[in-house]
Design a protein around this ligand. Structure first.
Ligand SMILES: NC(=O)c1ccc[n+]([C@@H]2O[C@H](COP(=O)([O-])OP(=O)(O)OC[C@H]3O[C@@H](n4cnc5c(N)ncnc54)[C@H](OP(=O)(O)O)[C@@H]3O)[C@@H](O)[C@H]2O)c1
Length: 422
């Protein structure tokens, strides 16, 4: 009797869209894992004139040749155009093909539709590579943390901004040079403004929120700040405190029923797990009621790390794995809120731009020639949906202890001292 090993169970015949950083990574990784029982039948690209490393017969610019091909049972989508990608995804499912994608903008912006298409056609869309590349987080949040009560997820989720900040802090390389290096290494998005303005991190945050806590929130509702407006003064300030600045995405329960999520550059102390996550690495700190704390670290961008996640999704297709979106479907509902107290640092070249009146409490203030700043507590609703803090004269960075939970205690302490006449 023949033993049916998982590898023999289902041959994956792949139609690959995109042959850039990720597409080529998938091609090479599959070539190197011959035991995998999967083959790429055709590759669809955009520019027929671009020189390719492999025989021309494998390439086409006609998407239909992949989508209509009855032998192809999986579409791997690795293009840099989210609208075209949505069209490819819809048509592939209609034609009975499972889809694996690394396109976070596509998934974050159209998640409800993608969930309903999966249900309609009974086929999976998997996207582990869309969130922190090689870190296996989406399936873990779906499966491992299913019964555990998650409290928070915070992490460095964008490889190229982390690469840039690491070069600035560790090697003294300037911003433009570091961005160029990130592009050359294939860490940056085709449009790097998505990285440096924090959009890419917000898209990933939205996926973490859905799979971790069950909320589908449009990334436009998050407070999002990138790294572009961090100044030389801010870097100097961090160095004098023996801190680094990292772009951190945070999800946190604000009480039993409410949850908040935001992307901000943040000062980090040496003791913080994320402090030593450097270069193109990503890191995630997941806190839950019973497991306490987990720290995941891995390469968050680049050809092979992303291809590794895609390979893992392809492997999951072998046993007909689908995301169940259990937390989203459950009745345990968290209301998304921007009503919480944040401790932030706002700096400017001149004191007159500092928004003192926005703070609930100013904890420290400095006015000096060419650099003034305030550190204090602000309600996050002062930032969400407002653009006063995006003023070109200002930069906003989260403090090490970003969530000012201690504000109530501080008030009580102050009141007691006042009543005691101190
Ligand atoms: N780079 C990373 O580290 C990384 C990590 C995780 C996820 N991702 C995601 O993976 C996707 C691809 O990123 P990438 O870095 O590989 O981009 P890339 O290097 O710029 O490559 C994009 C590829 O898409 C092709 N393309 C664009 N529009 C197309 C269309 N309508 N039909 C067919 N092919 C089309 C391009 O064709 P031509 O070759 O003809 O120009 C190119 O091969 C993006 O969604 C990105 O967000 C990237």
């Amino acid at each position: 009797m023949e033993i049916i090993t998982p590898a023999k169970r289902k041959e994956l015949v792949i139609g690959l869209f995109g042959f850039g950083v990720v597409g080529q990574g998938v091609f090479e990784v599959l070539t190197k894992t011959s035991s995998f029982n999967a083959r790429i039948k055709k590759i669809c690209i955009k520019d027929p004139l671009k020189k390719r490393r492999f025989s021309e017969t494998e390439f086409t610019t006609d998407a239909n040749l992949l989508i209509e091909d009855k032998e192809i049972n999986v579409i791997v989508e690795a293009i840099d155009d989210p609208e075209a990608a949505l069209h490819i995804l819809r048509r592939s499912l209609e034609k009975g093909k499972s889809v694996v994608t690394a396109n976070k903008m596509l998934v974050a912006s159209h998640l409800e539709e993608i969930i309903s298409l999966q249900k309609e056609f009974g086929l999976p869309v998997l996207y582990e590579g869309a969130c922190c590349a090689s870190i296996p987080v989406i399936r873990n949040l779906e499966e491992y943390y299913d019964n555990d009560l998650l409290r928070s997820i915070r992490g460095i989720v964008n490889g190229s901004t982390n690469y840039i900040l690491s070069k600035i802090f560790n090697e003294g390389i300037d911003y433009n040079h570091a961005l160029l290096e990130a592009k050359q290494n294939g860490f940056a998005e085709s449009d790097p403004s998505l990285d440096v303005l924090g959009t890419d991190a917000a898209n990933k945050l939205s996926l973490l929120l859905t799979h971790g806590f069950g909320n589908i929130v449009d990334p436009g509702n998050f407070i999002v700040e990138g790294i572009k407006r961090i100044t030389a003064n801010d870097i100097k300030h961090a160095r004098t405190q023996r801190q680094k600045i990292k772009l951190v995405a945070t999800i946190r329960k604000t009480d039993e029923n409410k949850i908040t999520a935001l992307v901000l550059p943040q000062f980090l102390n040496e003791g913080d797990d994320l402090y030593s996550v450097d270069d193109e690495f990503n890191g995630l700190v997941i806190e839950s009621s019973f497991a306490d704390k987990h720290f995941l670290k891995g390469k968050g961008a680049g050809s092979y790390p992303t291809a590794a996640a895609i390979l893992s999704d392809l492997s999951a297709l072998r046993y007909d794995y689908k995301y169940e979106y259990k937390k989203w479907r459950s009745n345990e509902y968290y209301e998304f809120t921007n009503d919480c107290q944040l401790r932030i640092h706002v700096s400017s070249l001149s004191v007159e731009h500092l928004p003192s009146d926005r703070f609930i409490e100013i904890e420290e203030q400095h006015c000096g020639p060419g650099h003034s700043w305030i550190t204090g507590i602000i309600n996050a609703s002062q930032l969400a949906g407002h653009d006063w803090w995006k003023h070109e004269e200002l930069s906003v960075i989260g403090c090490c202890d970003l969530f000012a939970d201690d504000i109530k205690d501080k008030r009580i302490r102050r009141l007691s001292l006042r009543l005691a006449g101190v």
